[in-house]
Design a protein around this ligand. Structure first.
Ligand SMILES: [Zn+2]
Length: 504
C-alpha cells in the first residue's frame, strides 16, 4: 500500500447496494415511460441504402449509406433520442434533424418550466425563472439543470428539500447571488460546468491547486486527509467510525467493527458460581448495610458444589492487533492544522501559510477583479488543468464559496479564500473531479457552518466596500433580497446539526 489510500482502493471496497436500488428504480421508471410512449416512430423502411423513418408527428428522417443493421436498430429504438443516435452519424446529420433537436429542446424547456412552477419553489415570468422571494433571475444553464433535478426528485418521490442534487444547486445559486460582482455570479455556473468542477451539498464547489511542501514527510497528512474525505465521498460513511493505526511502518484504517474479533473458547468453569462451588447467603437483617452472611454457605445447584461443569463453548471479544493506535479518524482530521508536518506554501510568493483543514485567504481589496486576465492577483484554482495553477510538488483539493470568487477565465479562476481539504496523489489529480464515484456532495459540513457565521453582516459590508470602487457592475440585489438569501442558506445550519447529532 502506498502512503495514500488511492481512489481505486476506496472504489473497490464500496458497498453499491444503495445505488443499485436507485439505479433499478430509475431504469424501471424509464422503461415504463418508454412503454407508455409506445413505438417512437410510425414506420421505417430501407430501400437500397436509404433508410427512411416516418415519425409519429408525420415528420421524416432519412439516413444515406444505411445498412440492414441500422434498420434492425431502428426496430429496437425505445424513444426519439435512440432514433437520432442511429441516424446521426457525422456524415448524415441533416439540418432537419438539427432543427428537430432544437425544437425538442425548446419543448422540453417549456415543459420543464411548468414542472418548476408546479414545485412551488419558483416564480416563472415568461422565460425568466426566479426562486420565490428573490428578485434575481436564474441563468438558463442553471434553469436546465434545476429542471433535471426537480424532475428526478419527482420521479423518485423524494421531497425537493430532501433531495441533495436540488439542494446543492439552489444553495450554489444563493451563494453566487451574494457575490458582489455581477458577471462572476452570472457566469460562474457555466464556467464550472464547462470545466467539470463539482458542487457540494451546501453549494460550494471543489477545485484543485498546487502547493509546495515545506516539511519533508507529511505522510500522516496525506493519509488522514485522503481517508477522511474518501470515506465520506466514495463510501458515503461517517469517518467517526474509523481509527487510524501504524503497523509495520504503514498507516492503516480500521472500522470500529474490526477493532475486536469474536473468539470462541471452551471452559469447564461453572457460570452460576464462577467456579466457587457455592456462595454465601445475603444478609438482609440491616437493610442499609449490604453484606454477605459468612456463616451461611449455599452450595451451587448447577455444578453440585464442584465449581466445574461439562466443557462448553463461549464467545468473547478480543482486541485485534492492528499495531500502534494513532487516533480516531475524525479527531485526527480536525487536528490537522495543529500538526507541524502539515505545512505547505505557494510557489509564486512563498509567503502563504497553507495547511490542510485551515482556510487560506488574502485581503480581497488586493485581488484584481478582472474576468479575463488570469495572471492577475488572487488565489488561483482549476478543476483539471492542474499544470496551470502554480507550480509545486503537491496538489490539493480545495473547497471554494462562490461568494468569494473574484474572476474566471477559460480554464481557471481566482478567489480570495479557499479551504484545502485534502492532498491529492499526483496520478489522481486529473481524474478525481471527473470520477462519479467520488461524490463531492458530502464534503463540506464543517466549512458550511463556519461560512454561515455573521453572514448577513459580511455580505452587506462586502457590497458596500466594493460599490465604492466603481471598478465593475454591481448586481441588482436589494437588502431585502440579501436577507431572504441569507435566511434560505441558514436553513442548512439546522439540517447539518440534525445530521451530526444523528451520527453520534
Ligand atoms: Zn456452580
Amino acid at each position: 500500500m502506498s502512503k495514500f489510500l488511492s481512489l481505486e482502493w476506496f472504489k473497490n471496497k464500496v458497498d453499491h447496494s444503495v445505488e443499485k436500488v436507485i439505479e433499478k428504480k430509475l431504469d424501471t421508471l424509464m422503461n415504463q415511460q418508454d412503454e407508455a410512449a409506445g413505438q417512437p416512430f410510425s414506420s421505417a423502411k430501407l430501400v437500397n441504402d436509404v433508410l427512411t423513418i416516418v415519425m409519429n408527428d408525420g415528420s421524416v428522417i432519412t439516413k444515406m449509406d444505411a445498412t440492414e443493421d441500422h434498420y434492425a436498430a431502428v426496430q429496437l429504438a425505445k424513444n426519439v433520442a435512440d432514433l437520432y443516435s442511429i441516424v446521426s452519424d457525422p456524415s448524415v446529420v441533416s439540418e432537419k434533424i438539427e432543427e428537430e433537436k432544437r425544437i425538442a429542446r425548446l419543448l422540453a424547456l417549456r415543459e420543464g418550466l411548468s414542472i418548476l412552477r408546479e414545485s412551488g419553489e419558483f416564480t416563472v415570468d415568461g422565460d425568466s425563472v426566479y426562486f420565490k422571494g428573490i428578485s434575481r433571475s436564474l441563468p438558463q444553464l442553471l434553469v436546465e439543470e434545476l429542471i433535471d433535478e426537480v424532475s428526478r426528485a419527482k420521479e423518485l418521490g423524494i421531497p425537493l428539500n430532501d433531495y441533495d442534487g436540488y439542494q446543492s444547486l439552489k444553495r450554489f445559486f444563493m451563494w453566487c447571488a451574494l457575490n458582489p460582482r455581477a458577471e462572476v455570479a452570472h457566469e460562474l455556473y457555466r464556467f464550472l460546468k464547462e470545466n467539470s468542477f463539482r458542487i457540494t451539498k451546501q453549494g460550494f464547489f471543489v477545485a484543485l491547486r498546487n502547493v509546495v511542501t515545506l516539511h519533508g514527510s507529511p505522510e500522516l497528512v496525506h493519509f488522514i486527509s485522503n481517508t477522511y474525505n474518501k470515506v465520506k465521498a466514495v463510501w458515503k460513511k461517517s469517518p467517526d467510525d474509523y481509527t487510524v493505526f501504524l503497523q509495520n511502518g504503514e498507516y492503516k484504517l480500521v472500522h470500529d467493527d474490526k477493532l475486536y474479533r469474536e473468539e470462541t473458547r471452551t471452559s469447564t468453569v461453572c457460570k452460576e458460581c464462577w467456579g466457587e462451588g457455592g456462595y454465601y447467603n445475603f444478609d438482609d437483617t440491616y437493610a442499609d448495610q449490604d453484606e454477605w452472611d459468612e456463616t451461611e454457605w449455599i452450595e451451587c445447584d448447577n455444578c453440585g458444589g464442584t465449581g466445574e461443569v461439562e466443557e462448553y463453548e463461549y464467545t468473547t471479544n478480543v482486541m485485534v492487533d492492528h499495531g500502534e493506535e494513532i487516533g480516531k479518524l475524525t479527531a485526527l482530521y480536525l487536528d490537522l492544522p495543529n500538526r507541524h508536518e502539515n505545512r505547505f506554501t505557494d510557489d509564486w510568493t512563498k509567503t502563504f501559510d497553507i495547511r490542510v483543514g485551515k482556510v487560506v485567504n488574502m485581503p480581497k481589496e488586493q485581488c484584481n477583479w478582472s474576468t479575463q486576465d488570469c495572471a492577475a492577483a488572487g488565489l488561483h484554482f482549476t478543476s483539471d488543468q492542474i499544470h496551470y495553477v502554480g507550480c509545486g510538488d503537491q496538489s490539493v483539493l480545495v473547497l471554494i464559496n462562490p461568494m468569494k470568487v473574484v474572476g474566471i477565465g477559460t480554464h481557471k479562476g481566482r478567489c480570495y479564500e479557499y479551504l484545502p481539504i485534502m492532498t491529492v496523489p499526483r496520478d489522481e489529480a486529473t481524474e478525481i473531479l471527473h470520477d462519479n464515484q467520488f461524490d463531492t456532495l458530502q464534503l463540506d459540513e464543517e466549512y458550511a457552518i463556519r461560512e454561515l457565521e455573521d453572514l448577513e453582516a459580511k455580505v452587506q459590508e462586502g457590497f458596500v466596500s466594493e460599490s465604492s470602487k466603481y471598478e465593475f457592475n454591481l448586481p441588482n440585489v436589494s437588502s431585502a433580497d440579501i436577507r431572504n438569501i441569507v435566511g434560505s442558506l441558514e436553513d442548512m445550519k439546522a439540517e447539518i446539526r440534525d445530521r451530526v447529532v444523528s451520527l453520534d
